[in-house]
Ligand binder design. Structure first.
Ligand code: M6R
Length: 612
């Protein structure tokens, strides 16, 4: 959602805050701002990207050794200068940045208004900073104690950092359901929503836990207490993150870089977990709970967005290979519909960020009801990773482009590995089939390399359809979720309306949409349904639709029918999504670029959705 960064040390704070905000911009980019402890609290904030803030401060004297910064994804109040963070308390004593939502802000605001507080913005954040101010004044408390008491009255999610003009050597940070990391430098401390602004300064970090409050002052260091006022010992960890992973590395956009990283993503997802020659798969999370997982009555997958599409592929994989009943749920629906769960169920949460509020809430319900909860998460140490009983990290490295690409491939790779592993452990597949599957999985990275060679062709096709207002994506079986994912990618970065559909469902409605204006992208690399897909293409062509087909290399039938084809290497059907999604990612990338859209930071979106 929003990005938070703070610095306290002996060097100039502003350059560190600015570079930190640029790193965090993927989390939200409708406005940004900083507050600097400069004798008084100096606040500068602007609507728009961090570059607007950078322009706004040119020529200003920003000398300070301590400051807080924020890049926003609006929840309460329109994106404008006034609603941008940091927010000052009435009177200007405190400055605060916030990621999350204060659900009871309205009641708190009314009470504060009665006490005489006035508000400049429409945000819940300004209510929180005034609440802290009111408690601090009433009881003459140190900042950290006022923050603690204020948070006991707050309902909702927060990661906050606060500074007090009257106590200028200290920052206080706290979190609940929104992440916050403290970096321990040389006579300097950093606080951020994730480690990306910290890694260039230090690799020693402390991940704050829910309802912990960190007080940092130079000389005294880091002190952590819980909201219940219990002292905590900071657990210092070393970051496993390299700066190169956060840069574009010669690519024009993070999204393109991440698409091209996917051969490596697949390799990293299986590294140390599978040996095609020795013929083993070892997933420590599965080993640890082998009995419960192998004998699970049901596997329920909960996720959102692209991760939900990966979950649908997981359903095909696990049911097909391991013969366990799988249900795939939107986390946002699951959490509110009183689901039936027992101790015989395994709930798998899939999430790139590991912070998606709905997925986290769905898991909490599953945990309360006794199901085993398993995480497939990319971000190490994230909230979902910490909540689960067991899990497997995707190891895709930082994904900065808001449109998820390599995380999806990593998720599907792991689901494939889990399905093969369970199928083998449950005796559902022969030894020969088992070896065949893991051998083919080990060849997927090279096959993705070959798919990526079609980039120029995909760019040419993109130019053909970039001005069409709609697009239809069709797939069958394993490739139906890929059709959904292709449509989502196009929608979110090019703002073209797109629908994903099971190819055979087309004739039950969407066929009415087809005319010469409608590009229809057909994923046609399922060997088991090839003839049926050919028939679906015939149906589209009979209505003059413009067909772009993803076909197996050397295909001769569909290439006669379709307007354009993109060839991808043949593979065993369970692996086909790992190849067929690549040209769809490239297609949406090129179309968005040609339409002048911001590929890495599409409008209205944010990388991780930490609010409902
Ligand atoms: O971090 P998560 O995987 O939990 O995020 C889920 C969705 O918000 C995410 O996949 C979203 O749909 C992406 N923008 C898709 O590209």
């Amino acid at each position: 959602m929003c990005g938070i960064v703070a610095y306290i040390g002996r060097e100039e704070a502003f350059p560190k805050l600015l570079s930190g905000l640029k790193r965090l911009e993927y989390r939200g980019y409708d406005s940004s701002g900083v507050a600097l402890m400069n004798g008084d609290l100096q606040v500068v904030k602007r609507k728009g990207k961090v570059s607007e803030l950078e322009q706004a401060v040119s020529g200003m004297n920003l000398t300070a050794r301590m400051g807080i910064g924020h890049t926003r994804w609006a929840t309460h109040g329109a994106p404008n200068d006034v609603n941008a963070h940091p927010h000052l308390s009435d009177g200007g004593r405190l400055a605060l940045v916030h990621n999350g939502i204060i659900e009871n802000y309205d009641i708190l605001k009314k009470a504060l208004t009665k006490e005489g507080y006035t508000f400049q913005s429409e945000t819940d954040t300004e209510v929180l900073v005034n609440l802290i101010d009111a408690i601090q004044r009433e009881e003459n408390l140190p900042l950290e104690e006022a923050v603690r008491l204020a948070l006991t009255r707050v309902v909702g999610a927060y990661a906050i950092v606060v500074m007090d003009r009257d106590d200028p050597q200290k920052v206080v940070a706290a979190r609940k359901a929104s992440p916050l990391v403290v970096g321990l430098g040389n006579d300097a401390f950093f606080i951020a929503s994730d480690a990306t602004p910290i890694v260039e300064h230090t690799n020693k970090v402390v991940y704050l836990k829910d309802e912990e409050i960190a007080t940092i002052s130079l000389g005294k260091g880091l002190d952590i207490k819980t909201i219940e006022n219990e002292q905590q010992r900071p657990y210092v960890q070393e970051l496993d993150l390299k700066i190169e992973q956060l840069e574009k590395g010669g690519y024009d956009h993070f999204m393109l870089k991440e698409i091209f990283e996917q051969p490596q993503t697949v390799q990293d997802a299986v590294r140390g977990r599978m040996h095609p020659i020795e013929g083993w798969i070892k997933l420590s999370g599965i080993e640890e709970y082998a009995n419960r997982i192998i004998h699970a009555k049901r596997i329920i997958i909960v996720a959102c967005g692209t991760s939900w599409h990966a979950g649908l592929i997981g359903e095909y994989l696990i049911e097909d290979l391991a013969r366990i009943n799988v249900e795939v749920e939107y986390a946002s629906e699951f959490r509110y519909r009183n689901p039936i769960l027992t101790e015989d169920d395994v709930v798998i949460a899939i999430s790139q960020s590991g912070e998606t509020a709905d997925t986290l809430a769905a898991l909490e319900i599953a945990k309360q009801r006794g199901a085993l909860i398993y995480g497939l998460v990319n971000v190490i140490g994230s909230s979902i990773a910490r909540l689960t009983d067991a899990g497997s990290y995707i190891h895709a490295g930082p994904e900065i482009g808001v449109a998820s690409t390599k995380a999806f491939t990593g998720q599907v790779t792991l689901l494939t590995l889990i399905a093969i592993n369970l199928a083998h452990k449950r005796g559902n597949i022969s030894e020969q089939r088992y070896h065949q599957l893991i051998t083919e999985l080990s060849q997927i990275p090279q096959k993705i390399e070959r798919v990526l060679e079609s980039n120029k062709k995909v760019e040419y096709i993109a130019a053909e359809i970039k001005d069409r207002p709609n697009a239809l994506y069709l797939g069958r079986g394993y490739n139906f979720p890929v059709a959904l994912e292709g449509a989502l990618k196009l929608k979110e970065i090019s703002y073209i309306h797109a629908e994903g559909y099971p190819a055979a469902e087309m004739k039950h409605g969407p066929i009415a949409l087809i005319d010469e204006e409608m590009p229809v992208i057909v994923i046609a690399n399922n060997p088991s349904a090839y003839e049926k897909i050919v028939s679906n293409i015939q149906e589209v062509k009979a209505r003059k639709g413009y067909v772009i087909a993803v076909v197996p290399e050397g295909d001769e039938v569909i290439s006669q029918l379709a307007d354009q084809t993109i060839e991808i290497p043949a593979t065993d059907e369970p692996f086909s999504p790992l190849l067929s999604v690549i040209p769809l990612q490239l297609l949406s990338y090129h179309i968005a670029l040609m339409r002048g859209c911001n590929v890495d930071q599409p409008r209205n979106l944010a990388k991780s959705v930490t609010v409902e």
